[in-house]
Write a protein that binds this ligand. Structure first.
Ligand SMILES: C[S@@+](CC[C@H](N)C(=O)[O-])C[C@H]1O[C@@H](n2cnc3c(N)ncnc32)[C@H](O)[C@@H]1O
Length: 218
């Protein structure tokens, strides 16, 4: 992959020489906002491309959900960091994020406790894959959820089906890897069998993204 393409992804994809070049030259071509999304969480790489991170953040600011229920924390430096940062900007609300890998979950929690204390009021880390772990946040309906779990198409559909009964007009669904096999079954399921009518609000495509969608329930 060319260096120029990597500037659409995130800082942690750059090798040592590319990081040097970024700091000496390209950083000055980035807006302050794009630097935030490109450079991400210092000391915690995470995933997601610049435009996807921006999409998550701007969606929270636009829709101001009470919560965003996320599947797939990973190290917490990607989507979780930008969702929590958006809630911190709003000064209210929280991302509740599940991670099935106990080691990754523990490391992530420790990182936030030591390095990102300012975000702790806006994030809750939950260990496990049982969707019922989200139940405490579903009693009054669902404002927002983000699907970014395993590379498993049928599991993604099951996750969607779990959330669907809690959706109402205005509920926001975001999904990453929209163009990959992980989302194929859900891409097919929504137009054919979903009980919610989803309006596509944002759709990112390569090279800016590996597929990222924001949909709002009508
Ligand atoms: C693609 S990564 C998520 C990347 C993350 N959103 C980011 O921006 O850095 C997927 C993560 O989901 C976790 N995972 C897989 N299946 C899961 C499940 N059923 N529930 C919760 N986490 C899951 C994996 O261990 C992995 O850390």
């Amino acid at each position: 992959m060319a260096y120029k393409d990597k500037l659409l992804h995130h800082y942690y994809e750059l090798n040592y020489r590319q990081r040097l070049r970024y700091y000496l030259i390209d950083r000055f071509r980035f807006s302050k906002v794009d630097r935030f999304f490109f450079e991400g969480c210092k000391g915690n790489p995470g995933q997601m491309f610049l435009a996807e991170r921006r999409g998550l953040y701007e969606t929270i600011l636009k829709h101001t959900p009470r919560h965003c229920l996320e599947i797939g924390t990973y190290t917490g430096g990607g989507s979780t960091f930008f969702l929590a940062s958006a809630f911190a900007s709003l000064k209210r609300g929280k991302v509740i994020t599940t991670e099935v890998d106990a080691g990754i979950h523990k490391g992530c929690k420790q990182f936030y406790q030591s390095r990102l204390q300012r975000l702790l009021p806006h994030v809750e880390f939950v260990l496990g894959s049982n969707l019922k772990l989200f139940s405490p946040y579903l009693a009054d309906g669902l404002d927002c959820f983000f699907l970014d779990g395993a590379e498993d198409a049928s599991q993604t559909v099951e996750q969607y089906k779990f959330f669907e009964p809690y959706c109402s007009t205005g509920t926001v669904m975001m999904a990453h890897d929209w163009n990959t096999d992980k989302m194929k079954a859900l891409r097919d399921f929504l137009p054919e069998a979903a009980k919610v009518n989803w309006r596509e609000e944002r759709h990112l495509e390569p090279p800016d993204s590996v597929g990222f969608v924001v949909m709002v329930a009508e």
